[in-house]
Each structure stands twice: as C-alpha cells, then as structure tokens.
Ligand binder design. Structure first.
Ligand code: NAI
Length: 263
C-alpha cells in the first residue's frame, strides 16, 4: 500500500533493519518508493533476504554492516545513501536491545550495552543526520524508536526504561533545537509488538495470554502497524508534527488497571 506519493524517490537510512520493526519500516518505505539504506550487525543472510524481497517488489535497498554504538556507523550509512542514491532525507534510529536483570545484580556491561545501543546509538544517528541536514540545508526528518517504557516504569528492565526515557527527552530537546531549521524530530512508542525481541513471550501460550490480557485492546501489535506510523511521520501529512512521541500500543499506556474490565 503506497499512501504518500511525496515519499517516492526519497532516501531513508534505517538502523537495525534485518528483522523486526526495522525490517517492517524498510519494507513499508520501499512500497512508498523510498530508497532505503539498511543496517545489520551480524545476520547477513537475513539482511540479504530483506533486500531481495524489496528488490523483487521493485524497490531499491543496500545494507551497511555495523553496530550503532560505534561512532562512525551512522556517518557510513549516510555516505552510502549519498553514493548509492544521491542524498538522504529520512533517518530512522530503530536499533534497540533489552536484557532482563534485577537492578541490584545488574552487571555494568549489561547496563552499558543497553544504554550504548538504545540511547548513545540514537544520539550518534541523530548527530550524523543533523550534520548532514544542516550542512546541506535539507529540511530532513528524524524518527527515533522509543517504547511505552519511556513513560511506563519496567521492573526487571530498569536500564531499558532509563534508555527509553532518555530517548524521549533527547527527541524533544533536539526537535526544539532544530525547529528553526525545519528539521522534524519525532519518536514512536510501540507497546508489545510481535517481533523477535518478544519471541519467548510469543512462544509461551500462558505468557502470551497474560500479555494480551494486559493490553486494553487485548491485541499484540503487528510490525506493519508501527511501520505505518513511521511512514506517516516521514510524510508531508505530519508536516506540523515535531517533538512528539506517537504511541502505538493498543492503549497500554492508558493505565489499564483503571479500565472497564477492572471495575
Ligand atoms: P528485534 O530484536 O526484533 O530487532 C532489533 C534489531 O536491531 C535487530 O535487527 C538487531 O540486530 C538490531 N540491533 C540490536 N542492537 C544493535 C546494535 N548495537 N547495532 C545495530 N543493530 C542492532 O527488536 P524490535 O522489536 O524490532 O525492536 C526495534 C526497536 O523497537 C527497538 O529500539 C526496541 O526497543 C523498540 N521497541 C520494540 C517493541 C516490541 O514490542 N517489539 C516495543 C517497544 C519498543
């Protein structure tokens, strides 16, 4: 489904896009006629399959290997966008990780891995994208993947919640700083979406049922539903939206315990 003709011929960089939400965003953007520069850390086969799928559907995609916590990955991805497709219009900071741990037992390496990937990785992507947009006077578009845990505290994942809380305030502050340049910066806060990050829950019928019960609409989200938000945020339909976080969560952030089923 292509809904936004103005996206045709635009160029997007999407981190962490060999699977999950990054992949869904890449495929949706390609359907809109956006040329995509993708990124994977190790799963080259998976990445190649995504690229082949996009090309088979008539789209254009290339991939850059690397870790978002490395200082030069975002710059390399933008250089690739320019060398392959002539420019860069949209930068999606999607890559993210979570590892469960009780805070009093959390290894510093675990803390750093989450903060380095989710928060510092987002900073590095934003910095590189801003530099490119400012230098070339492009009214570009930056989208940061946050989470409902930018507002909902999360036991067992306090570092993850801290990283996404950081992404929230970083997104808003950068949006403010670059509003005069007409560079839009927004976040997406998914609820529980059926991607590999939630594989264990999805494969355990009891856990899955428990999660569905927690969500006010009782539905676990599909990656395409998040990709649809990313397409809208990149489009001109959202031209007056900056510094916002769009929640796509089946109502998970609405204090479900106050809902009609809990009276
Ligand atoms: P996923 O685990 O299915 O995919 C994450 C992708 O990021 C993978 O391709 C992985 O290789 C890549 N990645 C991880 N660390 C990386 C690094 N250091 N450098 C480069 N790539 C890296 O996860 P999913 O669900 O697609 O998550 C994408 C984003 O959405 C993350 O930021 C996550 O926190 C966020 N999110 C996901 C939710 C969900 O329920 N699936 C809910 C809320 C937020």
């Amino acid at each position: 489904m292509a809904n936004y003709p103005e996206l045709k011929g635009k160029v997007a960089v999407i981190t962490g896009s060999s699977k999950g939400l990054g992949r869904a965003i890449a495929e949706r953007y390609a359907k809109e006629g956006v040329h995509v520069v993708l990124n994977y850390r190790s799963s080259e086969d998976e990445m190649n399959k995504v690229i082949q799928g996009i090309e088979a559907a008539g789209g254009k995609a290339v991939a850059v290997k690397g870790d978002v916590a490395e200082e030069d990955l975002a710059e390399k991805m933008i250089e690739t966008a320019v060398s392959e497709f002539g420019k860069m219009d949209i930068f999606v900071n999607n890559a993210g990780v979570q590892v469960e741990a009780k805070t009093h037992e959390m290894e510093l390496d675990n803390w750093k891995k989450i903060i380095d990937t989710n928060l510092t990785g987002t900073f590095l992507g934003v910095r590189a994208a801003l530099k490119y947009f400012v230098d070339h006077e492009i009214q570009g578009n930056i989208i940061n993947m946050s989470s409902v845990h930018e507002v909902i505290p999360r036991s067992g994942y306090t570092h993850y919640a801290a990283s996404k809380g950081g992404v929230k305030m970083f997104t808003k502050s950068v949006a403010l700083e670059y509003a005069p340049n007409k560079i839009r910066v927004n976040g997406i806060a998914p609820g529980a979406i059926d991607t590999p990050i939630n594989e264990e829950t999805m494969q355990d019928p009891e856990e899955k049922k428990g999660l569905e019960a927690l969500i006010p609409t009782h539905e676990i989200g599909r990656p395409e539903q998040i990709a649809a938000v990313a397409a809208w945020l990149a489009s001109d339909e959202s031209s007056y939206v900056t510094g916002a976080t769009i929640f796509a969560d089946g109502g998970l952030s609405l204090y479900p315990s106050f809902g009609p089923e809990n009276k």
